[in-house]
Design a protein around this ligand. Structure first.
Ligand SMILES: O=[N+]([O-])c1ccc(OS(=O)(=O)O)cc1
Length: 454
């Protein structure tokens, strides 16, 4: 039987060609960096965004550390999914600091490979107004809760601050020159929904709604006069689970000022509206004041809880029919024990204990601010008081302010006009205080703002 013998040199040659083809294929298949840019501005100096494009799709992550530190102590961004064009936010930066960063590409086996040598960028300075508003060096705390405090200044130009458990500024947003920030809320998407004003309007009125993520990308921008946005908004706004916007509006009837609600879809088209004039039909103009809606939340059953400061009442409003389901407070429809009426309250909401909680500002008749909560039987319309404590006299705030339950059962209060953010226990004993140089409109606790940032 004849055997075909392949010469040894030919085997080597073929093997060599095979190997080099394999290598070429692998190199062609492995993604490489094409373009890279870093953005970081004074408007939000504690976050940078690394944008880069790859020759091929890949998942990626960025590690970063101050040049004065070491790579071993690098922070790591969230993992960016498989694609060619990436925009990766880097959070928890320090201002006016030079960082080194590395882009790591993640292969299908989860192996990370450096896309190139380390590069550097330097962060911008915190704006002067913010340095004056909040002095980190005077505000050191040691808090065991790992979340952050969203502080909304009642100061111009205003902006938004996130403070960490040590009282440090972890993130902020300072508005472009033409805007003043009036209020803001975190959304179910962990973005920020803000009410801005560009006309020097007093109080908490605004004509622009801006949604941004924490990286500073604009997700939505609505301006009064466009589509269904046909009224001034004031004091509060929310995004519902479907991405619709709901906000408190100014209404007018027979030359009297009222309040309303407006719902816009994610494209800014009007879906629904409501007015206090639907409910207050028997008005004596000599006794009338604008109800002054000053907080709005979407309750667990999708109906609205609105605080009306001038009425010293919180209303629950049916989100479909507009019917007022109940009124909590003085002369309301919910039965409350004597001594629990509140005055000129703000920030009414349902807390994690399923109670309606609010910041009871007080007023000239009772110049003392309290934190109250009520368990409400919505069938029998009976309220059982729960939290009820007064803040010390030096924390009395006749206007604005907030009180929110923290996950450890303590309470975060913004004593607005005094520029004090206080953590107290449920009896009102102060645990820590943070101070701002001008008033705080309100503050809230945000458990994990950076974890899920988009
Ligand atoms: O006088 N202010 O500046 C002022 C007054 C009331 C007010 O409304 S409140 O409901 O937020 O207290 C806000 C600001």
């Amino acid at each position: 039987m004849a055997t075909l013998k392949t010469p040894f040199y030919l085997i080597l040659l073929l093997a060599g060609i095979g190997l080099s083809c394999q290598k070429d294929l692998e190199e062609a298949a492995s993604p490489a960096l094409q373009t890279v840019s870093v953005s970081n501005q004074e408007s939000s100096a504690l976050v940078a965004q690394i944008k880069f494009s790859l020759t091929r799709e890949s998942s990626a992550v960025v590690i970063y550390w101050p040049v004065s530190g070491t790579e071993q102590n690098a922070l790591q961004s969230a993992v960016s999914g498989i694609k060619k064009n990436h925009a990766i936010p880097l959070f928890q930066l320090r201002a006016q600091t030079t960082y080194q960063y590395k882009i790591l590409l993640i292969d299908p086996n989860g192996q990370k490979k450096e896309a190139g040598p380390p590069e550097t960028f330097t962060t911008a300075a915190v704006p002067e107004w913010l340095k004056k508003y909040y002095d980190e060096s005077e505000n050191r705390i040691q808090e065991s809760l790992t979340g952050y405090y969203l502080v909304i200044p009642a100061a111009q130009p205003g902006g938004l601050l996130l403070l960490n458990r040590r009282g440090e500024l972890s993130w902020y947003w300072s508005p472009p020159a033409r805007y003043v920030v009036k209020t803001a809320r975190f959304t179910p998407k962990n973005s920020l929904l803000m009410l801005l004003d560009e006309h020097g309007t007093p109080y908490n009125d605004g004509n622009v709604v801006l949604e941004t993520n924490l990286a500073g990308d604009t997700l939505a921008l609505f301006r009064m006069g466009e589509k269904g946005f046909d009224k001034w908004l004031h004091h509060d706004l929310q995004m519902d689970a479907n991405g619709n916007l709901v906000a408190i509006t100014n209404e007018t009837k027979n030359n009297l000022p009222g309040d309303g609600l407006l719902m816009l879809d994610p494209q800014g088209r009007k879906l629904w509206e409501w007015s206090t004039f639907q409910e207050l039909t028997d008005i004596d103009p000599t006794q009338y004041a604008q109800p002054w809606g000053n907080s709005l939340v979407i309750d667990k059953d999708n109906h609205y809880l609105v605080s009306f400061r001038a009425l010293s009442q919180v209303w629950k409003i049916h989100s479909g029919t507009g019917k007022v389901l109940w009124k909590l407070g003085k002369n309301g429809t919910v039965k409350t024990p004597t001594g629990t009426d509140f005055l000129f309250q703000h920030f009414a909401h349902r807390n994690a204990q399923d109670e309606i909680m609010l910041f009871d500002n007080g007023g000239p008749l009772r110049p003392q601010t309290r934190v109250l909560s009520f368990r409400i039987n919505e069938t029998t319309l009976e309220a059982t008081p729960s939290l009820n404590f007064a803040l010390p006299g030096n924390l009395y705030s006749a206007i604005m302010g907030s009180a929110a339950l923290l996950p450890d059962g303590s309470i975060l209060s913004a004593s607005a006009v005094n520029g004090k953010l206080v953590k107290t226990d449920p009896s009102g004993r102060i645990i820590w205080t943070l101070t701002t140089s001008q008033p705080i409109y309100r503050a809230d606790y945000v458990p994990n703002p950076f974890g899920q940032a988009q």
